[in-house]
Design a protein around this ligand. Structure first.
Ligand SMILES: [Fe+2]
Ligand SMILES: [Fe+2]
Length: 188
């Protein structure tokens, strides 16, 4: 991909006209994956995830989209239930509070145990789900939480969630470094 094309895509992404996942410049709106989750993206509760920072470098909305997309791709490759994987992936962190504030408060449950239950409760309120989807949302933190996954798709989401957390943190670093270098160069 040439420089002009990259710049054009970056512009469309910043304007919200190009839906991509971390680690790819493909517009996922042009894929079969998009059809499976398009209705969920319209929901206010899902849109509101864009207001929350997640894993330091991204938003909770982008993280949920990332998990949903990679979950779908892997489950499809393995001939598992890719549709449920995509939908549960998008809803797996459906909670609307600042994680850092939760950590500062006094709670009987740690955040790792609490937020999957909260996400499931919130998701149940806005969409119909099957048992597989519920299991994926409720147990996506396994083995940090102790209840074992019931389905193969749930084991996949536990891995995809961790993979996305890593790429969301690492991939923006070269751009940050470049900005830092440029800011130092301009000052000199
Ligand atoms: Fe989570
Ligand atoms: Fe997550």
């Amino acid at each position: 991909m040439n420089r002009e094309k990259k710049a054009e895509i970056s512009r469309l992404i910043s304007e919200g006209k190009w839906l991509h996942v971390t680690g790819s410049r493909k517009n996922v709106q042009n894929t079969e994956y998009y059809v499976v989750i398009a209705d969920l993206l319209e929901l206010d509760e899902v849109r509101a995830l864009a207001d929350f920072q997640h894993h330091i470098m991204t938003t909770r909305w982008q993280h949920c989209l990332n998990v949903s997309y990679y979950n779908y791709r892997i489950c499809r490759l393995l001939r598992l239930d890719a549709v449920s994987a995509a939908r549960a992936g998008l809803l797996h962190d459906l909670y609307h509070y600042d994680t850092k504030r939760y950590h500062k408060g006094t709670h009987t449950l740690g955040h790792s145990s609490y937020h999957p239950m909260k996400a499931l409760e919130n998701a149940e309120r806005i969409v119909e789900m099957n048992d597989r989807e519920r299991d994926m949302i409720e147990k996506h933190m396994w083995p940090v939480t102790h209840r074992r996954p019931k389905y193969a798709e749930t084991y996949i989401i536990t891995l995809v969630d961790k993979y996305c957390a890593v790429i969301e943190f690492i991939l923006p670093q070269p751009a940050r470094l470049g900005r830092w270098i440029r800011s130092k160069t301009h000052k000199a």
